[in-house]
Design a protein around this ligand. Structure first.
Ligand SMILES: *[C@@H]1O[C@H](CO)[C@@H](O)[C@H](O)[C@H]1NC(C)=O
Ligand SMILES: *[C@@H]1O[C@H](CO)[C@@H](O)[C@H](O)[C@H]1NC(C)=O
Ligand SMILES: *[C@@H]1O[C@H](CO)[C@@H](O)[C@H](O)[C@H]1NC(C)=O
Ligand SMILES: *[C@@H]1O[C@H](CO)[C@@H](O)[C@H](O)[C@H]1NC(C)=O
Ligand SMILES: *[C@@H]1O[C@H](CO)[C@@H](O)[C@H](O)[C@H]1NC(C)=O
Ligand SMILES: *[C@@H]1O[C@H](CO)[C@@H](O)[C@H](O)[C@H]1NC(C)=O
Ligand SMILES: *[C@@H]1O[C@H](CO)[C@@H](O)[C@H](O)[C@H]1NC(C)=O
Ligand SMILES: *[C@@H]1O[C@H](CO)[C@@H](O)[C@H](O)[C@H]1NC(C)=O
Ligand SMILES: *[C@@H]1O[C@H](CO)[C@@H](O)[C@H](O)[C@H]1NC(C)=O
Ligand SMILES: *[C@@H]1O[C@H](CO)[C@@H](O)[C@H](O)[C@H]1NC(C)=O
Ligand SMILES: *[C@@H]1O[C@H](CO)[C@@H](O)[C@H](O)[C@H]1NC(C)=O
Ligand SMILES: *[C@@H]1O[C@H](CO)[C@@H](O)[C@H](O)[C@H]1NC(C)=O
Ligand SMILES: [Cu+2]
Length: 575
C-alpha cells in the first residue's frame, strides 16, 4: 500500500446532501448527511504466501474510511453478498436514541442474511476524533473493519497544533486459515484456538515475517512537520504495544475524546481502542529509516501470537536510496509488562477544559461489582474435551457465561416480548465471593443464561470490574456500547470498597468506551445511563467474548420525546 493520507474533505465515497443548505446558512453550521454503501463481498488476499478468500467491504482490505464531522448524520446501506450472516457495529459511536443502528448481532438486531440489506442511520453527537467500524458477529471482524474519522465541526479546530497530515494506522490480525473455522473448532473441542499468523499495520504484516517484505506499509514524511497518527487496534484477540524507532509521540485523544497531551515512546492499545498521537518529524533529514513496530501484550496463560509487525517511517528525500540506509528498530516493553501497562494507562486524563469538560457522575444511583475472567464448562457425556483438565473453556461475568439469544434483545424489549428471550436478573455482585486474585476455587464451573440489568433513564452507574485468577489472571479490554465511561480508579489485587474509593479521580478521569481490566486487578468506571436501548458490554478479545464474557444493559425510555427509543426502521433484519 502506498503512503496514505486523508483524502481532501469530503472523501470520495461521500455524497454531500444538503451541501447547498450549508452554504445558504453560513452562520448556523448544521451537520450534513453522508451516505455510504457497504457491499459485504468476497475478495482473495495473499499474505505470508498464503492466499485466502476473505470477507471484505467493497473489496477493500482494510475497509473504507468513514469520514464525517461532529454533528453529521451518517447513513450506511449494508448489502450482504456473502453466505455468512453479518452485522456492522460503529464502535464507540454514542448512538443517542438510535440503538437500532448499533449493530451487535442478536443484541440490537438480527443479522443481515445473504442477499438482504439494512441501512444504518445515526448522528455523530458530541464526539470528535477516531473510532472504528467492524463486523459484530462471530469472528467476522477479523477482516471486516475500517476507520471512522470524525473531524471537528466546520467552524472549530483541534485543541492542538493543526497537523500537516492525518494518517490512519489500523492494526489487525492475519490468519492463514479461515478464522471462522478456528473459532468453530475451539468452541466444539473446548480447547484454546489456533493463534493468528501475523499482526498487520494497514493490512500489511511487514518485513519481519517470511515472504512478506513486499507487504510493508510505508509512511513517507517530510522533516520538521507534525503528523496526526490515528491509531486503531482492530486485532481480534491481542492488546498491542506500539513504538516508532527514535521518535517520541504526543498522545492527544483517546476513543474520540481529547485528553491532556503527554509524550511517550511506547504505547499500549487494546482491541477496540483508538488513540490519536502527534508525531513530530526530525527537523533535518536523518540518515536512517525507522521501523514502527507492534506486538502483543499478553498477560494470560496459554498460547498467543508472539510475532511482530513492522511498518517503515521514511523521510521522503531518501526514497530512491532508502534501501541503503541503516534501519533503526524501536524497543517494545516485555510481552508481559503489566507494570508498564498500569503506568501507561494512568497517564490518560480528560482534557477537562471549559469547552471540553469532564462530566463525571458524582452522586451514584446504582453500584455494581462484577468479576471478569475465565472458567470451565463440563464436557458433554461421551465426548472428549480439550479445555482445562478435560473440560471446555468458558468465560463469564459474575460467573454467568452469557448465552446469545436466537432473536435480538432490543426487539424483544421494544415490543415487550422478553419471555424466553432474556431475563433481567443479572447478578449485581458475584454469587460466591472468594479471593479473586488469590488461589482460585476448586470448582471453576460457570453458570449460563441470557441475563441483563435494567436501568432507569438517567441512572448514574458505578461499576467495578474485578479480574479473577481462575485459569490465570489476564487483562480484559472491556467495551461498553452506547456510552463513554469515566475510569475513576484502577488497582491491583482485590478491590477494597472501603478504601479504594477514597482515591477515585472525579476531576479529570479519562473518558473512553474500551478499557483494560488490569491482569490481577480491578477498574472502577462511572457512566450516566442517558441513552435508551439495549447496550452490549463485553471483553473485546473476541475469544473471551465467544466464551461468554459478555452481558447487556437495558436502559429504559425517559419522559421526554427525545429521550425515547423510536420504533425500529422498516428494513430491520428478521431472524
Ligand atoms: C478467489 O480465488 C478462487 C481460486 O482461484 C476463485 O475461484 C475465486 O473466484 C476467487 N474469488 C474472488 C472473489 O476473486
Ligand atoms: C434517518 O433517520 C432520520 C431521523 O429519524 C430520518 O429523518 C431519515 O429519513 C432517515 N434516513 C434514512 C435514509 O433512513
Ligand atoms: C537513534 O537512537 C539511538 C539510541 O538512542 C541513537 O544512538 C541514534 O543516534 C539515533 N539515531 C538517529 C538517526 O536518530
Ligand atoms: C549515511 O549512512 C550511510 C550508511 O551507514 C553512510 O554510508 C553514509 O556515509 C551516511 N551519510 C551521511 C551524510 O552521514
Ligand atoms: C516470544 O518470542 C521471542 C523470540 O522472538 C522469544 O524470545 C520469547 O521467549 C517469546 N515469548 C514467549 C512468551 O513465548
Ligand atoms: C514475565 O515473563 C518473564 C519470563 O517468562 C518472567 O520471568 C517474569 O516474571 C514475568 N513477569 C510478570 C510481571 O509476570
Ligand atoms: C511505574 O511507575 C512507577 C512510578 O513512577 C515507577 O516506580 C515504576 O518503575 C514504573 N513501573 C514500570 C514497570 O514502568
Ligand atoms: C455413550 O455412547 C455409548 C456408545 O455409543 C452409548 O451406548 C451410551 O448410551 C452413550 N451414553 C450417553 C450418556 O450418551
Ligand atoms: C481434574 O478433574 C478431576 C476429576 O474431576 C479432579 O479430581 C482433579 O482435581 C482436577 N484437577 C485439577 C487440576 O483441577
Ligand atoms: C488473596 O490472595 C493473595 C495472593 O495469594 C494474598 O496475598 C492475599 O492476602 C489474599 N487476600 C485475602 C483477603 O485473603
Ligand atoms: C480444594 O481441594 C483441595 C484438595 O481436594 C482441598 O484440600 C481444599 O480444601 C479445597 N478448597 C476449597 C476452597 O474447597
Ligand atoms: C448452560 O448450562 C447448562 C447447565 O449446566 C448446560 O446443560 C448447558 O449446556 C449450558 N448451555 C450453554 C449454551 O452453555
Ligand atoms: Cu477478556
Amino acid at each position: 500500500m502506498a503512503t496514505s493520507q486523508l483524502p481532501p474533505f469530503p472523501s470520495m465515497a461521500v455524497l454531500l446532501f444538503g451541501f447547498g443548505f450549508v452554504f445558504l446558512m453560513p452562520v448556523f453550521v448544521a451537520g450534513v448527511t453522508r451516505h455510504y454503501t457497504f457491499h459485504i463481498m468476497y475478495r482473495n488476499v495473499t499474505r505470508l504466501c498464503h492466499t485466502r478468500t476473505i470477507l471484505s467491504v467493497n473489496g477493500q482490505f482494510p475497509g473504507p474510511r468513514l469520514v464525517a464531522r461532529e454533528g453529521d448524520r451518517v447513513i450506511v446501506k449494508v448489502v450482504n453478498k456473502v453466505s455468512n450472516n453479518v452485522s456492522i457495529h460503529w464502535h464507540g459511536v454514542r448512538q443517542l436514541t438510535s440503538g437500532w443502528a448499533d449493530g451487535p448481532a442478536y443484541i440490537t438486531q438480527c443479522p443481515i442474511q445473504t442477499g438482504q440489506s439494512y441501512t444504518y442511520n445515526f448522528t455523530i453527537t458530541g464526539q470528535r476524533g477516531t473510532l472504528l467500524w467492524h463486523a459484530h458477529i462471530s469472528w467476522l471482524r477479523s477482516t471486516i473493519y475500517g476507520p471512522i474519522i470524525i473531524l471537528p465541526k466546520r467552524n472549530q479546530s483541534y485543541p492542538f497544533q493543526k497537523p500537516h497530515k492525518e494518517i490512519p494506522i489500523i492494526f489487525g490480525e492475519w490468519f492463514n486459515v479461515d478464522p471462522e473455522a478456528v473459532i468453530q473448532q475451539a468452541l466444539q473441542t473446548g480447547g484454546g484456538p489456533n493463534v493468528s499468523d501475523a499482526y498487520t499495520i494497514n493490512g500489511l504484516p511487514g518485513p519481519l515475517y517470511n515472504c512478506s517484505s513486499k507487504d510493508t506499509y510505508k509512511l513517507k514524511v517530510k522533516p520538521g512537520k507534525s503528523y496526526l497518527l490515528r491509531l486503531i487496534n482492530a486485532a481480534l484477540n491481542d492488546e498491542l504495544f506500539f513504538s516508532i524507532a527514535n521518535h517520541t509521540v504526543t498522545v492527544v485523544e483517546a476513543d474520540a475524546v481529547y485528553v491532556k497531551p503527554f509524550d511517550t515512546d511506547q504505547l499500549l492499545i487494546a482491541p477496540g481502542q483508538t488513540t490519536n498521537v502527534l508525531l513530530r518529524t526530525k527537523p533535518y533529514l536523518p540518515n536512517a529509516t525507522f521501523f514502527m513496530e507492534a506486538r502483543a501484550y499478553f498477560s494470560g496463560i496459554g498460547s498467543f501470537d508472539n510475532t511482530t509487525t513492522a511498518a517503515i517511517l521514511q523521510y521522503n528525500n531518501h526514497s530512491s536510496s532508502s534501501s541503503k540506509l541503516p534501519v533503526l528498530r524501536p524497543t517494545l516493553p516485555p510481552i508481559n509488562a503489566t507494570g508498564f501497562v498500569a503506568n501507561f494507562t494512568s497517564k490518560f486524563r480528560s482534557l477537562n477544559s471549559v469547552k471540553y469538560p469532564a462530566n463525571v457522575p458524582i452522586f451514584i444511583d446504582r453500584k455494581f461489582f462484577f468479576t471478569a475472567g475465565l472458567g470451565s464448562n463440563p464436557c458433554p457425556k461421551n465426548t472428549t474435551c480439550q479445555g482445562p483438565n478435560g473440560t471446555k473453556f468458558s468465560a463469564s461475568i459474575n460467573n454467568v457465561s452469557f448465552v446469545m439469544p436466537s432473536t435480538a434483545i432490543l426487539q424483544a424489549h421494544f415490543f415487550g416480548q422478553n419471555n424466553g428471550v432474556y431475563t433481567t436478573d443479572f447478578p449485581v455482585n458475584p454469587p460466591l465471593p472468594f479471593n479473586y486474585t488469590g488461589t482460585p476455587p476448586n470448582n471453576t464451573n460457570v453458570s449460563n443464561g441470557t441475563k441483563t440489568v435494567v436501568l432507569g433513564f438517567n441512572t448514574t452507574v458505578e461499576l467495578v470490574m474485578q479480574d479473577t485468577s481462575i485459569l490465570g489472571a489476564e487483562s480484559h479490554p472491556l467495551h461498553l456500547h452506547g456510552f463513554n465511561f469515566f475510569i475513576v480508579g484502577q488497582g491491583f489485587g482485590n478491590y477494597d470498597p472501603n478504601n479504594d474509593p477514597k482515591n477515585f479521580n472525579l476531576v479529570d478521569p479519562v473518558e473512553r468506551n474500551t478499557a483494560g481490566v488490569p491482569a490481577g486487578g480491578w477498574i472502577a468506571i462511572r457512566f450516566l445511563a442517558d441513552n435508551p436501548g439495549v447496550w452490549f458490554m463485553h471483553c473485546h478479545l473476541d475469544l473471551h467474548t465467544s466464551w461468554g464474557l459478555r452481558m447487556a444493559w437495558i436502559v429504559l425510555d425517559g419522559p421526554q420525546p427525545n429521550q425515547k427509543l423510536p420504533p425500529p426502521p422498516s428494513d430491520l433484519p428478521k431472524c
